[in-house]
Ligand binder design. Structure first.
Ligand code: LLP
Length: 421
């Protein structure tokens, strides 16, 4: 459930009619619902209680400072994968002890910044990284709490570009090398191996791969404890999928996920961390675009929007489906026309949907892309020199621009022409 509903025939974000936002900020824009973000966070809180747990929002899914602050105020921790995301989490007021640092290629500078500013744990993805972190931490006179990210060799049964838990993927330490890795870490200065981490993929639509992976982690926990390591923390990663198409059976609910976590891992007495991104932010956001032209092609109709693949790349990159709905509700039983819904970027890949049946639209009308709150704004680029689009946060009857649209001048000001040209 989200808070984007038609009221008197106009699509609202909570209590705000979307055309009001469009009039103020122009199109296209992203809009997030605070109530939906809060609700999704609380679903995970309920799902994991009474286990000792920390929900670390995956910053890569939506890194706007206002979104991070809203979640941080509810008690969320953050999962970051770069120095930039770490800086964002800190700027949003998240204390270091609630930030976990994941990622397959952390640099010395990133390690130093996190150790300096405070960090809950590093999720270490290789033995090479382990050695480097040991050097960096001990040179600073610090001890880093670490979990190895274990690659459990489980197929997440999701899109191949977002599947991460198979042996062939670049992520994590192979489960077969885990005992050696922990033994080596225990001998090195500056490291305190206290946990196990995994993340097998994103947009999982069944619990079975999670259960399989967590079962492997449960037995690894026991093995490592028998080897003398005090494993007290398990970071289960993110990955729970969301319904992208209304009307279809959705993926499992957080409560069902939590139940399974308790069944498979509850007996170990570990503190549980999870790193959800999409489930919290995905259906808490829309991208709203305006129709520039309706164009009659040889045998099809194109709806040319002012939003493009640079603003929302998921359809072009993953053939992802987003529901696209008119902001003005069509009359019940209105005839529909199949549209190819495209942006103005000079690539055929700039196609959001093909033959999508919609009630007739015309230039100037607004449409909303659902499920765009995660991996939307964060993946945007300025391709075709299109400035990044604004983000808006709605909370009940108020809204605020939480990232404004840059001017062309601002966009151009980052380039420099050398004096010798
Ligand atoms: N933890 C780690 C270590 C991750 O790599 C990810 C996502 C998450 C947590 C959060 O996963 P989530 O709960 O959001 O599924 N751009 C793609 C998704 C990439 C996901 C990458 N890792 C998309 O638009 O579908």
């Amino acid at each position: 459930m989200d808070h984007f509903l038609y009221r008197k025939g106009i699509l609202h974000a909570e209590d705000i009619p979307l055309p009001d936002i469009a009039a103020q900020v122009g199109t296209p824009f992203y809009v997030y619902s605070a109530a939906t973000l809060r609700r999704h966070f609380r679903l995970f809180e309920e799902a994991l209680s009474p286990l000792d747990h920390l929900i670390c929002f995956s910053v890569k899914s939506n890194s706007n400072l206002a979104v991070l602050k809203l979640l941080g105020d509810l008690g969320a921790g953050m999962d970051v994968v770069s120095g930039g995301e770490y800086a964002r989490a800190r700027a949003a007021g998240i204390p270091g002890e609630r930030i976990v640092f994941s990622g397959v290629g952390k640099t010395r500078e990133e390690m130093r910044a996190a150790l300096e500013g405070g960090i809950r744990q590093f999720n270490v993805e290789s033995e090479a990284e382990m050695h480097q972190l040991s050097e960096v931490a001990s040179a600073m006179g610090k001890t880093a709490d670490i979990a190895f990210r274990i690659n459990p060799d489980v197929d997440a049964e999701t899109h191949e570009k977002i599947s991460t838990g198979k042996a062939e993927n670049k992520f994590g330490v192979p489960i077969s090398r885990a005992r050696e890795a922990y033994a080596a870490a225990a001998r090195l200065p500056g490291l305190n191996p206290l946990g196990i981490d995994l993340h097998i993929g994103s947009q999982l639509t069944s619990l079975a791969p999670f259960r399989k992976a967590f079962t492997r982690i449960a037995s690894l926990t026991e093995t490592l404890r028998a080897d003398g390591h005090a494993i007290t923390r398990l970071d289960l990663g993110g990955g729970l999928g969301i319904p992208y198409e209304t009307g279809n059976d959705g993926p499992p609910l957080p409560i069902e996920y939590g139940q399974m976590v308790k069944e498979v891992l509850g007996h170990l007495g570990c503190e549980i961390e999870i790193e959800p991104g999409r489930l919290i932010a995905g259906n808490a956001g829309l991208m709203v675009a305006g129709v520039i032209y309706v164009k009659q092609g040889e045998d099809r109709k194109f709806l040319i929007l002012d939003a493009a693949m640079n603003d929302l790349v998921r359809p072009a990159l993953y053939e992802a489906h987003h529901d696209i709905v008119p902001v003005e509700e069509p009359a019940p039983g209105a005839e529909t026309t199949p549209y190819d819904i495209v942006g103005p970027v000079c690539e055929t890949g700039d196609t959001f949907a093909k033959s999508r049946p919609l009630a007739p639209l015309q230039a100037g009308d607004l449409v909303a892309f659902r499920s765009a709150g995660a991996y939307g704004a964060v993946m945007a680029s300025e391709y075709n020199s299109r400035p990044l689009i604004p983000e808006v946060l709605v909370d009940g009857a108020r809204f605020a621009v939480i990232r404004r649209r840059p001017t062309y001048e601002e966009m151009l000001s980052r380039d420099m022409i050398p004096a010798w040209l």
